[in-house]
Design a protein around this ligand. Structure first.
Ligand code: PEP
Length: 249
């Protein structure tokens, strides 16, 4: 059985006091679903969030990391550093990292390897742009993003990989992929895993959907058989909305 997961990507939002306020509300929230809950604050608040959530069942993830173990990379943070404060999950390949920080599939492959070397879990994001979907090219784009960054991995390493399909045209736009569009793409991704690895690996890999998931559309999206949860941006900044999504399973 694959794990259901709802992860909140806070992006570059929330200073320390706002983080404290949101964490306090999250700790009080009631979970009625069996999905795992993950939150990803900014680097400056990771340690604080990890400590605050230590006794809860909410996991803390980083939003990014560098591929090198250490060295002259001013402004960067390594997997080892994240591990040293207890953070065991990292989001890699978010479309904002790809678009604004020129992250390529080749770079992401190196980051994935670095995270796995430190026994971290990776939430790996990918997805097509609007022009790709309008041209009917979405499956080719998604297949190449996944192949280029992940298909060098051994089967045994995939237990640390969570996939997050995030059509770029749906992120932060209020525009959501229809539940059918999400299901079609998730089924396609699972077939890629089946063809290139095995039935077992395809069946056990969690594939999250991301792109304007809100309390009022989460239930329908999560009801699709190949959608195993969500990566939530905007709505994860509000504890009530985020837990309404968590409990939509
Ligand atoms: C995201 O940034 O991963 C995301 C899905 O954002 P939003 O939910 O705001 O569209």
């Amino acid at each position: 059985m694959r794990q259901k997961i709802v992860a909140g990507n806070w992006k570059m939002n929330n200073d320390l006091s706002q983080t404290e306020a949101l964490l306090t509300k999250l700790k009080k929230a009631t979970k009625t679903s069996d999905s795992e809950v993950v939150v990803a604050p900014s680097f400056t608040n990771l340690w604080h969030a990890f400590e605050a959530l230590r006794l809860s069942d909410i996991e803390v993830a980083a939003q990014n990391m560098h591929y090198a173990e250490k060295g002259a990379f001013t402004g960067e943070v390594s997997a080892k550093m994240l591990r040293s404060i207890g953070v065991g999950t990292v989001i890699l390949g978010h479309s904002e990292r790809r678009a604004y920080f020129n992250e390529t599939d080749a770079l992401l492959a190196k980051k994935v390897d670095a995270a796995l070397n430190e026994n971290m879990r990776v939430i790996f994001c990918f997805g097509e742009e609007l022009k790709d979907r309008q041209a009917g090219n979405q499956e080719n784009i998604v297949a190449s993003q996944i192949k280029n960054a992940l298909f060098h991995l051994k089967s045994s390493q995939w237990k640390h990989i969570i996939l997050a399909y995030e059509p770029v045209w749906a992120i932060g736009t209020g525009e959501t992929a229809s539940p059918e569009q999400a299901q079609d793409m998730h089924a396609f991704i699972r077939s890629l895993l089946r063809d290139n690895y095995s039935d077992a690996l395809a069946d056990n890999t969690s594939i999250l959907y991301g792109g304007s998931v809100k309390p009022d559309n989460a239930k329908e999206i999560f009801s699709k058989p190949d959608v195993d949860g969500g990566l939530i941006g905007g709505a994860s900044l509000n504890a009530k909305d985020f837990f309404a999504i968590v409990n939509a399973f």
